[in-house]
Each structure stands twice: as C-alpha cells, then as structure tokens.
Design a protein around this ligand. Structure first.
Ligand code: C2E
Ligand code: CA
Ligand code: CA
Length: 634
C-alpha cells in the first residue's frame, strides 16, 4: 500500500504560501513568474503522483491510454519541477552578475532531452511502459534522478562561480533549498515507497518563499513604496534588457526639516509623496530608500522629461498632511544605460552616493534652473572630494608659482601661489574644479592653510630676494575670510617658519566682501599684523556696490576679462578706470597678459604689474627656482 499521508500537509502548506504571496502587491520581475510556475508545477506533481499511483494500483479496470496519460503527466511534471528549481537559482544569481544567455540555453538542453525521452516512452518504454500487467519502470527510469542531480549540481556550480556578489543570506538560501532537494531525491531513490520527495520539495519552496519571494521583503515597512531590496531585484532584471532608466530623487534639507517640523510630519508627507508619485506615474515603479531618497524606474516608453517636469511642478506646491502644509524641495539624479554601470549593486551604490552628495553639496545645484545632476557629474564631484581629502591627508597639495613682473621693465617682482592637486594618474585637476568643491564641502580652510604653509616654507628655505621677489600672493577664499581665528592661525604658521608677513600679499575677491561685518574685522586684523591685501578679479563682480575704501587694499588686480576686452577694442573705459583707481592710491596689476601688445598697452595706461602666460605659466616651485633662482636669470 502507498503512503499518501505526507501529501496533505504539504499541499496545505503550499496553499498557505500562495495565500501569503498574493496578499501584497508584486514587483514586476520575472522571478515572480518562475516562482508561481514552480508552485503550480509542484501542486501538479503532487496531484499527478496520487492519480498515477492509484491508477497503477487499479490498472485492471483502466484503459492503457488512461494509464499512460496519468503516468506521463507525473513524469513530465517531475522533470519540469527539477528544471524550475534550477531556473529559480539562476534568477537569484542573476541579481549579482550576468549568466551568459547562450550558456544558459545550452544548459537547458538536458531538461528538454529528458522530456522528449519521457514522451517517447509511449513507443520506446524508455522511462516506463504499460502492458496488460500494468505499470513497469523502463531502462531509463533513473534519468529522473540523473536530471535532478544534474540540475542541483548546476545550481550549486552557478552559485559558486557567479554568486560572489550575493548577500550571505542569499547564498545560504540557495544552498539550503538545493540541500533539501538533494536529500529528497536521495530518499526517493533509497525508499521509493515512501512519498517523501514532495515533503522536501515543499520545504525547498518554503525556503524560497521566506528567503526570496515573500512580498513583504520588498515593501517599505509603512507600505508606502517598494524598498531598496526590491530595487535591487528590479535593476538586476532590467539590466538584461534595453532601455533601463532610473531617476533618483532626494528631498532638499531632509534632515533639517525633520528637526524643524518634526519626524512624524515629514514621514507623513513622504507617504503622501509616494502615493502621489505612484498614482501619477502608473507605468513606473517607485522605491523609497530611506532618508528622503527615492528611486523611480521605468523604461524607454516613459517620457522622462515629462515625469521630471510634473514632479518638479508638484513640488512647487505645498504638501498637505493632516491639516498642515509643508513645502519641500527636490533634487534629481539620472541614471540611464549610458552610465556604464553594470550591476544592480553598482547602480544602487552610485545612486545612494549621488543622492547623498546631491543633498550634501546642495549649493552645487541650487541654481533653480538646474535641479538635475547626471550620475557622471555627481560621480566626478564625489571623486574630486576624495582627491582633495587625500591630498590634504598626505600633504600633497602642490603650490605652483606664477611670476608677476614690473609693467615698465618686465622684471620679476612677485609671484602668485596657485594650488594644484593631482588625480590617481598624476594629472592635475584644475583649481576651477576643486576649489569650489573644497569650498562646498568645508575643506577649503585646510587647503588654504596648506598652501599658506607651503609658501612660508618656500620663503624660509629660499633666497627670494635674490630672485627678485618682493612678495608672494596667496589667494584667500571668501570662506576663509569669515573664519574669526584666521589671523591667529596664519600668525602661528608665520612664527613657525620665521617669515615676515610683509612678504605675503593676500588676494581676496569682491565676493568675500559681501558679508561686510563678518569679513572686515578679519581683514583689518591681518593688515595690522603686516599682511597686504590685493583685490582679485576686479571687474567681474559688484565693484560699485562695495565701498572699496573701507578696506585696506594696496593693490587691485584687473581680471583677465577686462584686460582682454580692452586689448581687442571692446572696452575703452579701462584707462579711465585705471587712472581713477590709481588716483585713490592703489597699485594696479593686470592679469592674463598673453601678448607683447597687451603688455605694452596695459603699461601705457598705467598698470604697475603684469601677470600672464606671456611671462610664464604657473610653475612648480622647483621649476620656478630653476628659472628665476640663478643669478643670470632674466
Ligand atoms: P585667479 O586667482 O584669478 O588665478 C589666476 C588664474 O589665471 C590662474 O588659474 C592662472 O593660471 C590663470 N592665468 C594666469 N595667466 C594667464 C594667462 O595669460 N591666460 C590665461 N588664460 N590664464 C592665465 P588657475 O591656476 O587655474 O586658478 C584658477 C582659480 O582658482 C584662481 O583664479 C583662484 O581663484 C583659484 N585658486 C587657485 N589656487 C587657489 C588657492 O590656493 N586658494 C584659493 N582660495 N583659490 C585658489
Ligand atoms: Ca588670484
Ligand atoms: Ca584673478
């Protein structure tokens, strides 16, 4: 007598899993389909197992056709189940890396061959045959086990070779359900009359459900959107297809809003935002990644510009939550296929990093017309931050010196110190890129201090007078100017190197002077110590707004653009400006002098000092010393 007692609880268990499975919304992923097919196939195996066993027992009363049908169904489903489990392992491993489609097709061959052999049994009796004495196993009956062991082996092989990027629980999960299948097959082989295989398959399916397919795993706890784990799954599948697009969104000042209006209200608003986005864009899938960060996925068929516009327009309005309203800003980050990211984890990490960086460096995109960063831009910024941090840590900020010459004789009188840092490959990152970033992330103080220290070290270790240098200019960022202890800090460095402050001119831009009350004090203090001040980039800012005479400037540096416009005839006011400034008592330096004619015309209108490529580019200190240090240097 056959023992079916294992089957009832197994079937009930599978129906429970099904019930749970349909209790929540599902991600649009193919693994869902495979899982459902697996469940159905398992139920079909159970059903056909019982039917065929009973039929075989009562073969006398049944036609040969009916016996063939009952047994055939069982075998066909049995092979299919084996293959479904293997397909599921592939889904899991896909999350971490690609498995080549051609290899995959090749590996499905044993399954199809087995099914074909199975179906041919009607004529060949290979797997089983039916005759007047009922059911008989065929010579190839053991193909059932061969196929099972083969696919369990393949699952484990794929896991071992391709599963390195998986989380530990994922690897353990795949191992666990394959172990259950292995044991089930082994027991069936050894004890064919106990129908225990289905129990082990139910265990395997339960492991899959709890570890991989439970929809609760992919939904944010408050059920407002899918979560990061869900995003990982969707991305890993989308990567195999064309047209992947992810839009990242981050709420501006999320942390600050939490402090100001309270976490509860912000959370309620986030739930509102999720509902609105989900309803407005039914063809996209929304994920909430925590901390005011969202991801919206979709394909080419979505009009992403429109999505962008709509979201931006909605955020221009306040969000109503529980009787109160909240205004929130939003920033965007776009990832598409061109980003060159090729695993789900890579995309998620870059997205998180970008959203974090977008939020942290808000001012980079605070320009209202530009609220979107491409992943490339953010990535570059993030990399630049790293380079700056590294250069600071290893004292690798380099100082280049650019000569400043007398307008009359073109002989060396001073030099401007310009900061340089290098990337991993040793190429120089332009200061126009790293200075603003250093300012935004709060590294400019340290950077400025390193430049200042290196200039002092240079002065202390070289006979600069012999080179003709009367001073060296150092740039001060507006953010350095508002540090109330800057005079003390510079004073300490001067002392350390025993350098006199009158050898140093500090260059500040008009931008620094906007915060009048904050800055003036520092500048006056530094001046009292003996530093001299130059106004940098004159002509680019608010010159007329700032009452220059309130500040102790000794020198004005005409910006390159003024100089250029004068030389090509677009501006003929410069002589008046220069004579006016000189009348007040400032000396004048012209920057960006690139040709002999420019040099001459600027001297003619009264520029005391000239700086520019005509005389020299900014040079590394060694090169500067080589060029200007020898007594016979020009
Ligand atoms: P800046 O202070 O106006 O520096 C002058 C810039 O003009 C330098 O660019 C210099 O290389 C460039 N230059 C000089 N002569 C010519 C010329 O004839 N033609 C042209 N086309 N360019 C010329 P650089 O070194 O790339 O520096 C860019 C800016 O970065 C500087 O502008 C300054 O604002 C900032 N910077 C550089 N080093 C520091 C630093 O140590 N601290 C701070 N706060 N800012 C710095
Ligand atoms: Ca400068
Ligand atoms: Ca300048």
């Amino acid at each position: 007598m056959w023992d079916f007692s294992f089957l009832t609880p197994c079937a009930l268990m599978l129906f429970t899993v099904l019930g749970f499975y349909f209790s929540e919304p599902h991600l649009p992923i193919r693994a869902n389909r495979t899982f459902l097919v697996l469940l159905m196939v398992e139920l079909a195996v159970m059903g056909s197992d019982i039917v065929s066993t009973l039929a075989d027992e009562h073969y006398e009363s049944l036609s040969i056709g009916a016996l063939y049908a009952a047994n055939m169904l069982f075998f066909v489903f049995y092979f299919a189940r084996t293959y479904c489990f293997y397909r599921f392992s592939l889904h899991v491993v896909h999350v971490a890396s690609e498995v080549q489609p051609r290899l995959e097709a090749l590996l499905s061959l044993p399954f199809w061959v087995s099914e074909a052999i199975c179906l041919s049994s009607v004529y060949t009796g290979a797997i089983f045959s039916i005759d007047a004495t009922g059911y008989h196993s065929g010579p190839l009956y053991k193909l059932l086990y061969v196929c099972s062991f083969l696919y369990i082996g393949l699952s484990l092989f794929v896991l071992a070779t391709r599963g390195k990027g998986l989380y530990r629980f994922e690897r353990d999960g795949v191992l666990a359900y394959n172990a259950a299948l292995l044991i089930g097959n082994a027991m069936r082989l050894l004890m064919p009359r106990v129908l225990v295989m289905d129990t082990f398959c139910t265990i395997a399916i339960t492991i899959i459900f709890f570890g991989f397919m439970n929809p609760h795993l992919f939904i944010d706890q408050r059920r407002i959107a899918y979560n990061k784990r869900g995003l990982r799954l969707v991305l890993s599948e989308a990567l195999e297809e064309e047209g992947l697009h992810v839009m990242g969104l981050v709420l501006r000042n999320y942390q600050r809003e939490r402090v100001i209006v309270g976490g509860e209200r912000v959370d309620a608003t986030i739930a509102n935002i999720c509902t609105w986005i989900t309803e407005t864009f039914p063809h996209n899938v929304l994920f909430y990644m925590g901390s005011g960060r969202f991801a919206l996925t979709g394909d080419d068929s979505v009009n992403w510009d429109e999505v962008h516009q709509k979201i931006r327009a909605r955020f221009a309005e306040p969000w109503q939550t529980g009787g109160s309203s909240l205004n929130l800003g939003v920033l965007f980050v776009n990832i598409d296929e061109t980003s060159g990211l090729n695993s789900a984890d890579q995309i998620i990490n870059t997205l998180s990093l970008s959203l974090e960086s977008a939020e942290r460096n808000e001012s980079m995109i605070s320009d209202a017309s530009k609220d979107t960063l491409s992943i490339g831009e953010v990535y570059e910024q993030v990399m630049t931050i790293r380079e700056i941090e590294r250069a600071l840590e290893y004292d690798e900020v380099e100082v280049f010196l650019q000569p400043i010459v007398l307008g009359s004789s073109h002989s060396l009188v001073g030099a401007e110190a310009l900061a340089r840092i290098r990337d991993d490959f040793g190429s120089i990152i332009p200061p126009s890129l790293f200075i603003p970033i250093a300012e935004q992330v709060g590294l400019i103080d340290e950077l400025g201090a390193q430049v200042f220290r290196k200039v002092c070290a240079f002065i202390a270790t070289h006979d600069i007078e012999a080179m003709g240098l009367q001073w060296i200019n150092i740039n001060l960022s507006p953010l350095q100017c508002i540090q109330h202890d800057i005079a003390d800090r510079f004073g300490m460095i001067l002392k350390q190197y025993d350098v006199s402050p009158d050898l140093i001119h500090l260059e500040v831009t008009e931008q620094s002077l906007i915060d009048y009350s904050l800055v003036k004090n520092q500048i006056v203090q530094l001046c009292d110590m003996g530093f001299r001040f130059s106004l940098d980039d004159y002509g680019t800012g608010y010159s007329n707004l700032v009452r220059l005479s309130d500040y102790p400037f000794a020198n004005i540096k005409l910006d390159m653009s003024l100089v250029r416009n004068y030389s090509n005839g677009k501006d003929n006011l410069l002589p008046v400006v220069v004579s006016g400034l000189k009348g007040i008592g400032y000396t004048i330096t012209a920057e960006g002098v690139e040709t002999e004619e420019m040099a001459n015309s600027l001297s003619d209108i009264g520029a005391d000092f000239l700086q520019g490529y005509l005389f020299a580019r900014p040079l590394p200190i060694d090169e500067f010393v080589d060029t200007y240090g020898s007594p016979d240097a020009a």
